[in-house]
Write a protein that binds this ligand. Structure first.
Ligand code: DX5
Ligand code: ZN
Length: 231
């Protein structure tokens, strides 16, 4: 499957968000990643439901929502009428994970599970049939601008291997410090969706368009390495 780029909207210029969305669309973004936090599951709250609602009419790009909240179902119920295309909930916060994934899917929205750095891919085992994608956190969730956790690349590769063995060919999204330098190794390890924040899409000093073009070159490098490993 082609590797997709998902700009992390909490890292965008929030004063001119609609304009920035148009720039990202023109630059070839594949989807827009929205980090919704409640100040409890993670100690931060950069944007709320109203921002997604306000932006929805301005773009046709799919909305990819990453919930970092304690009450997932509350947010899911409110996201559905806005019109989002995929929602990931954290395995660590969803008490009734199976039911929550079914809820997302029953409305025709792609359901994903996000895994904190310490959570193994085997946490997905009994919900594989309910799952459309996996979101591997390569930093501890909540804040932009962090450094990759040491286990990140191994975790991506282990998740890819786990899904392969289980016969589930679903995309692996990676989120956190997805930098130009890390992208080749992340893609070689099996990343299919790259969430780009301050490390790439919104890297200071260049436009999102120039940064996305640079990401595409890094992706090509990673795909070549992936083929060398698995011809
Ligand atoms: C972390 C967020 C990420 C973050 C990634 O909780 O989910 O989307 O913004 O951005 P950088 O590239 O700054 O790590
Ligand atoms: Zn995220």
């Amino acid at each position: 499957m082609p590797v997709r780029i998902a700009p992390s909207m909490m890292c965008a210029d929030l004063w001119r968000l609609a304009e920035q969305v148009h720039e990202l669309e023109a630059a070839g973004s594949d989807l827009l990643h929205f980090d919704l936090m409640d100040g409890r599951f993670v100690p931060n709250m950069p944007m709320g439901l109203g921002v997604l609602e306000a932006l929805r009419p301005h773009t046709g790009l799919p909305f990819d929502v990453h919930l970092m909240v304690t009450d997932n179902d509350f947010f899911i119920e409110r996201l559905l009428p806005i019109g989002v295309q995929q929602i990931a909930v954290h395995a660590e916060s969803a008490v009734h994970l199976d039911r929550t994934l079914s809820l997302i899917r029953s409305h025709g929205v792609a359901a994903g599970v996000a895994l904190n750095p310490a959570t193994p891919p085997t946490a997905l085992h009994y919900v594989l049939d309910r799952l459309d994608f996996v979101l591997v956190m390569t930093v501890n969730p909540g804040f932009a601008g962090q450094t990759l956790v040491p286990s990140a690349l191994r975790k991506i590769a282990d998740t890819a291997a786990f899904l392969r063995v289980q016969g589930r060919d679903i995309p692996i999204a990676v989120d956190g410090n997805v930098s130009f330098e890390h992208i080749p190794a992340m893609v070689a390890a099996g990343a299919d969706i790259l969430v780009g924040g301050t490390s790439s899409v919104f890297h200071p000093g260049a436009s999102p368009a120039a940064n996305i073009a640079r990401m595409r070159r890094a992706i090509a490098e990673g795909l070549a390495q992936r083929q060398e490993v698995r011809p």
